[in-house]
Write a protein that binds this ligand. Structure first.
Ligand SMILES: [Co+2]
Length: 464
C-alpha cells in the first residue's frame, strides 16, 4: 500500500504533521517501534549466507514438501490409521492449510538475506545509537522474526494462487475473495469474531488497480463488477499481518506482452531501492537511484514510444507495528529529504512507473478507512457512530480496512455512521489514486527488515 506525499492531508493511520515528512530529518522514534530488535540476540547462523539462500515454500505443487508436521494434535486425529507416521502436509489449491500446520514453530522460511555492503562502517556506530539500540533490545518481542516470516510465507503462497487466477475474464471480486479467503485461512484467523482480525490476517484493503488507477482501489460490496481484460495492466497489492507485523508487497500482471518493458522498469526500480536500503542509508540517495533506473526504460504502445516515468506523489514508507505508514517516506523521484534509514526499521520499498503524467490525483470512490488514534469520541453525537467506532477499535485498531472487511464481520448499514466518523476526524477515508485516463501504471513492492547485521527482504519470492 503506497503512501501519499505530505502535501495531502490524508496521511494514514500514523498521522505525521503536515509538511514535516519529506523535508525533515529523522524524527525521534521509539527504537523498538518496529520491534525488529529481537534479531539482535537471535542466532546469526544465516547471516553469513549469500543472496540466494531464499527458501520459499511458495510453490504449491512443489515436490519439496514442507517440513513434516510432527506431533500436531489435529493432524493425528485425521490420520488415525497411520498414527505412527504423520504424512507431511502440502498446501492445497486454493490455499487453505494454516502455515502453523505446515511448518514447525519458528521455522518459517527466511526471506532473502543480504549482508550490508558497508559493514565495517556500521561497526563504528555512535554511542548514542548504541544506547538506543540497547534500550530497544530490552523492549524486544521474541516472536518478531517468526511472525514476520510467517506473514511473508502466507503472502507468497496466496499470491502464487492468485497468479493462477489472474487471467482475462476473471472478475476483480473473485481475485479479492481469493486473496482474502487465502490469507484468513493461512493465518488461522477467519476474522469473523470480535478481535480475531487483530491477531492475524489482512493488513489493509486488497488493492486491485487497473491501468491508470495507480493505487487504492478495491472492489466494494454492491458495486459494479469489473472483469479483467486482455489489454489491462493489473496491480495486486495486499498485506498480511501476524500479531501486527505487517508484510506489504505488490506485483503487476498483464496478459498482453506489450507492457513487459513497463513492468520490467518498475521491477528493476524496486530492486534498486532494495539494493540501496540499509542502516544509515540516505533516503534522498535511494530515491535518486530508483528514479534513474526507472527512467532509463521506454515502452511502445500503439506504435508510439513513451518514456516510463517515476510517479511523483506516492512513496514507499516505513512500517510500524499495526501501522502501515510510519514516519518516513521513500520517494521514487529526487527529493531533498535529510532522513536516513535506521537499524530496526522495517520498510515497504515500492515504486510506481507510469506512461501518463506520473502524478496521481484522488478519484471518486472509497478504498478503505483508517482509525486516527488521536481523535476520541468527544465530537460524536450519534449512537450509531459511537457503536461503529467501537467495532472498528475492537477489530481493526490502527489497521486500514475496507468495506469488504466490515461486512465480513457482519456489519451492515454503516454508511451514515462512517460519514460521521470521517467528518469528526476519528476515521480517515482513503480514495483511489489515478493518473490521466489512457495511461498505464505498474507497481512492484517488497518489505525489508533492517536487522542489525543484515537486511532481510522478507517478502522475496521466486516470482519477484
Ligand atoms: Co506499501
Amino acid at each position: 500500500m503506497g503512501s501519499k506525499t505530505p502535501d495531502d492531508h490524508r496521511q494514514g493511520p500514523n498521522e505525521s504533521p503536515k509538511h514535516s515528512v519529506i523535508a525533515s530529518s529523522n524524527p525521534p522514534k521509539s527504537a523498538a517501534a518496529s520491534g525488529l530488535t529481537e534479531s539482535a540476540v537471535e542466532g546469526e547462523a544465516e547471516d553469513g549466507d549469500d543472496d540466494d539462500d531464499l527458501q520459499s515454500g511458495a510453490n504449491l505443487k512443489s515436490s519439496n514438501d514442507p517440513v513434516p508436521n510432527n506431533g500436531e494434535k489435529k493432524k493425528r486425529k485425521r490420520t488415525k490409521k497411520k498414527k505412527s507416521k504423520a504424512a507431511p502436509e502440502q498446501q492445497t489449491s486454493p490455499p487453505r492449510i494454516p502455515l502453523s500446520t505446515l511448518f514447525p514453530p519458528d521455522q518459517y522460511p527466511t526471506g532473502q538475506i543480504i549482508p550490508y555492503a558497508d559493514h565495517n562502517e556500521n561497526l563504528q556506530r555512535t554511542t548514542a545509537s548504541e544506547l538506543r539500540h540497547l534500550s530497544a533490545v530490552t523492549n524486544m518481542d521474541t516472536t518478531f522474526l517468526s511472525d514476520y516470516r510467517q506473514a511473508a510465507e502466507i503472502h507468497r503462497q496466496v499470491r502464487s494462487h492468485v497468479r493462477t487466477l489472474a487471467h482475462p475474464g476473471v472478475s476483480l471480486t473473485t481475485l479479492a475473495d481469493a486473496i482474502e479467503d487465502g490469507v484468513r485461512a493461512l493465518t488461522g484467523h477467519p476474522g469473523n469474531t470480535t478481535g480475531d482480525a487483530l491477531k492475524a490476517g489482512l493488513a489493509f484493503p486488497t488493492g486491485l488497480c487497473l491501468n491508470h488507477v495507480g493505487a487504492h482501489w478495491t472492489p466494494n460490496p454492491g458495486a459494479r463488477e469489473v472483469v479483467l481484460q486482455h489489454d489491462d495492466v493489473l496491480k495486486v497489492d495486499f498485506g498480511v499481518h501476524v500479531n501486527g507485523r505487517i508484510v506489504d508487497s505488490a506485483f503487476t500482471v498483464a496478459a498482453n506482452p506489450v507492457y513487459e518493458p513497463l513492468l520490467e522498469a518498475v521491477r528493476a526500480a524496486t530492486d534498486m531501492g532494495l539494493k540501496e536500503a540499509g542502516i544509515d542509508a540516505r533516503i534522498s540517495h535511494i530515491s535518486s537511484a530508483i528514479q534513474e533506473v526507472m527512467e532509463s526504460y521506454e515502452v511502445t504502445l500503439n506504435k508510439k514510444t513513451v518514456p516510463v516515468k517515476a510517479v511523483k506523489n506516492i512513496t514507499g514508507h516505513n512500517i510500524l507495528r499495526y501501522k502501515i505508514h510510519g514516519d518516513k517516506q521513500v520517494p521514487f523521484v529526487k527529493s531533498t529529504t535529510a532522513q536516513r534509514m535506521e537499524e530496526g526499521d522495517v520498510f515497504a520499498i515500492e515504486t510506481f512507473g507510469s506512461t501518463g503524467k506520473a502524478f496521481l490525483r484522488d478519484d471518486v470512490g472509497v478504498y478503505g478507512y483508517g482509525r486516527n488514534e488521536h481523535v476520541g469520541t468527544a465530537g460524536l453525537h450519534y449512537a450509531s457512530a459511537k457503536g461503529l467506532l467501537k467495532t472498528i477499535d475492537e477489530n481493526f485498531g490502527t489497521l486500514v480496512f475496507s468495506r469488504r472487511y466490515l461486512e465480513h464481520l457482519g456489519v451492515r448499514n454503516y454508511h451514515l455512521g462512517m460519514r460521521a466518523l470521517v467528518a469528526s476526524g476519528a476515521v480517515t477515508c482513503y480514495q483511489p489514486l489515478v493518473d490521466v485516463a489512457g495511461s498505464y501504471i505498474a507497481q512492484f513492492e517488497h518489505t525489508v527488515l533492517l536487522r542489525p547485521n543484515c537486511k532481510e527482504i522478507i517478502s522475496r519470492g521466486d516470482d519477484y
